[in-house]
Design a protein around this ligand. Structure first.
Ligand SMILES: [Zn+2]
Length: 429
C-alpha cells in the first residue's frame, strides 16, 4: 500500500513500507530532518496522538519533518505497552521469529537514513521525575515530564550532538509555559553506556550508538487529560524544530482547550472510494455496510485510523479508541458508476460528488438516473424500490438508521441492478 500526495511547494507523502507508516513533510531547501516517532508503547496515547496532530495540523515551511505516528500498531489497538513484549527493548538484538521484527528492522532503517538529523521518540511515563525522593509519584525513578538522553554528547563535531545542552534548552523553554507548577520538566540522563543495561536495548540508544542525536520525551501518565500530555509533547517538538531551524505553521492555537477540540475530531473513513462514514458522534454499531467479501480499501482522514476484522465484524479504531463496529453486507461493486449526482437541496439543484456529505435545512430530493436505483436508508416507501424523485424531510427518516447518535446523518445509496455503486451522506442541520 503506498500513497503519495504532492502539494505545490511542500511535498507531503505517506508511505506504508509494509508495516511502518511514515509521513514526510519536506521542502527542497535543506536535508535537515527531524524524525518524530509515536506509539512505540501502545498504552501511551499522549505520544501517538501528538504525532498524529503533527501530521495533520502542521505545515512545514522550511526543512523537513518526518513522522511515524503509530509504530506499534497492534499494541495501540489493545492499549497495551507491548502485546509481543516491550518493543523498546528489541533494538540491540531481536529473534527472527519475533512478531515485532519487521517493524523494528524498518524503523532502524529509517533512523539510519542519511537525511535524518535528529530523532525524538515520544512516551507517556510514570509519575513526575524528581532528583530527590518525594514519595511514590515524585521521585528519581519516575519518568514523567522529562527529556531523556542516553549520554551528554555524541562524537565531536556531530551536528546536534550536544545532547545535554539541547535537552536543557528544551526543558527550560517548556518550563516557561507550565499549566501547573508540579508539571515542571527536567533532563534525565540515563548514562546508558555505563549504568543502564535495559536502556542499551532501546531505540534511542540504537540511534546514538550510530551517531544519530536522539531524545525521548516523556510526559506524565499522571497528567489529568490527554490534551495536557499532547500540549507538553508539542511544546517539546516545537523547541526541537526551533533548534534545528525547521519552520512551520500550525492551524490552531497551542493550548489545552484547542487541543481537546482537535483530539475529539475523528475525521472520516472512506471504504473502497465509494462509501463514506463520518466518525464523529457515530453510533456504536452500524449494520448492512455494503462492502466486498475481500480486498476492501479503507482510507481514514486520521493518521491513527485502523480497521481490525474478526468474525465478520469490522472494528474501527482511532488510536486506542474503539469508535464503531461495522457489520457488512457483502456486495459486488459496480465498475461504472457516476462520479456525482444531482440533488435538490432545499429547493436548489446541486451536484454532489460520490462518497461525500451534504447538508440540508428542510428537505432534499435525489434526481433519478436511468439504470440506477436509489435507496435512502431509514426512509421507507412501501410501493417503490427506487427512492429517487421523492421530497424527503428529517421527520420522514427513522432514527434507527441514522449513522450518528443524534439521528441527523443518513446514507443515500445507489445500485445498478444487484451491484452496489456508491453513496452520499445527508446531514440535517
Ligand atoms: Zn514508553
Amino acid at each position: 500500500m503506498k500513497h503519495i500526495l504532492t502539494l505545490c511547494f511542500l511535498s507531503f507523502s505517506i508511505l506504508f513500507a509494509s508495516n511502518v507508516q511514515l509521513i514526510k513533510k519536506e521542502n527542497p531547501d535543506s536535508n535537515t530532518t527531524l524524525l518524530v516517532i509515536g506509539g512505540i508503547h501502545g498504552n501511551e496515547p499522549g505520544g501517538y496522538f501528538t504525532a498524529s496532530i503533527l501530521s495533520q495540523h502542521y505545515n512545514i515551511t522550511s526543512k523537513n519533518l518526518w513522522i511515524v505516528p503509530n509504530l506499534n500498531r497492534d499494541s495501540i489497538l489493545q492499549n497495551e505497552r507491548g502485546i509481543y513484549g516491550d518493543m523498546n527493548r528489541k533494538f540491540l538484538s531481536i529473534k527472527n521469529n519475533d512478531p515485532d521484527k519487521t517493524i523494528v528492522d524498518e524503523i532502524k532503517k529509517i533512523i539510519l537514513e542519511p537525511k535524518v538529523s535528529l530523532v525524538v521518540n515520544l512516551h507517556d511515563g510514570h509519575g513526575f521525575y524528581r532528583k530527590k525522593n518525594q514519595g511514590s509519584i515524585f521521585n528519581p525513578n519516575a519518568w514523567g515530564q522529562t527529556c531523556v538522553i542516553d549520554q551528554c554528547q555524541l562524537k565531536q563535531n556531530q551536528i546536534f550532538g550536544n545532547l545535554n545542552d539541547i535537552a536543557l534548552n528544551v526543558k527550560n523553554n517548556i518550563n516557561q509555559r507550565l499549566l501547573a507548577k508540579h508539571h515542571k520538566f527536567d533532563v534525565k540522563n540515563t548514562q546508558t553506556k555505563y549504568d543502564d543495561e535495559q536502556m542499551q536495548l532501546s531505540l534511542t540508544y540504537f540511534a546514538v550508538t550510530h551517531n544519530k542525536p536522539a531524545f525521548a520525551i516523556e510526559t506524565s501518565k499522571n497528567l489529568s487529560s490527554l490534551s495536557q500530555k499532547v500540549f507538553y509533547q508539542l511544546l517539546a517538538i516545537e523547541e526541537y524544530m526551533k533548534i534545528m531551524g525547521i519552520t512551520y505553521k500550525r492551524d490552531f492555537t497551542l493550548n489545552e482547550k484547542e487541543l481537546a477540540k482537535i483530539l475529539k475530531n475523528y475525521g472520516t473513513l472512506t471504504i473502497n472510494h465509494n462509501f463514506l462514514l463520518d466518525l464523529n458522534n457515530i453510533k456504536k454499531i452500524l449494520r448492512f455496510i455494503p462492502i466486498k467479501s475481500a480486498s476492501n480499501d479503507f482510507k481514514f482522514s486520521h493518521s491513527l485510523g485502523e480497521i481490525k476484522e474478526s468474525k465478520g465484524v469490522y472494528k474501527v479504531y482511532i488510536g486506542n479508541k474503539l469508535i464503531t463496529k461495522l457489520k457488512p453486507q457483502y456486495f459486488k461493486i459496480s465498475s461504472n458508476c457516476p462520479e456525482s449526482f444531482i440533488v435538490e437541496v432545499d429547493g436548489k439543484q446541486i451536484p454532489i460528488e460520490k462518497a461525500s456529505k451534504f447538508f440540508v435545512h428542510d428537505d432534499f430530493k435525489v434526481l433519478g438516473i436511468k439504470g440506477y436505483r436509489v435507496n435512502i436508508i431509514g426512509y421507507s416507501s412501501p410501493h417503490k424500490t427506487d427512492e429517487s424523485g421523492l421530497v424527503i424531510r428529517k421527520k420522514d427518516m427513522n432514527k434507527l438508521y441514522s449513522i450518528d447518535k443524534n439521528g441527523s446523518i443518513y446514507r443515500i445509496e445507489f445500485y445498478k441492478e444487484d451491484k452496489f455503486c456508491t453513496m452520499l451522506l445527508v446531514q440535517f442541520k
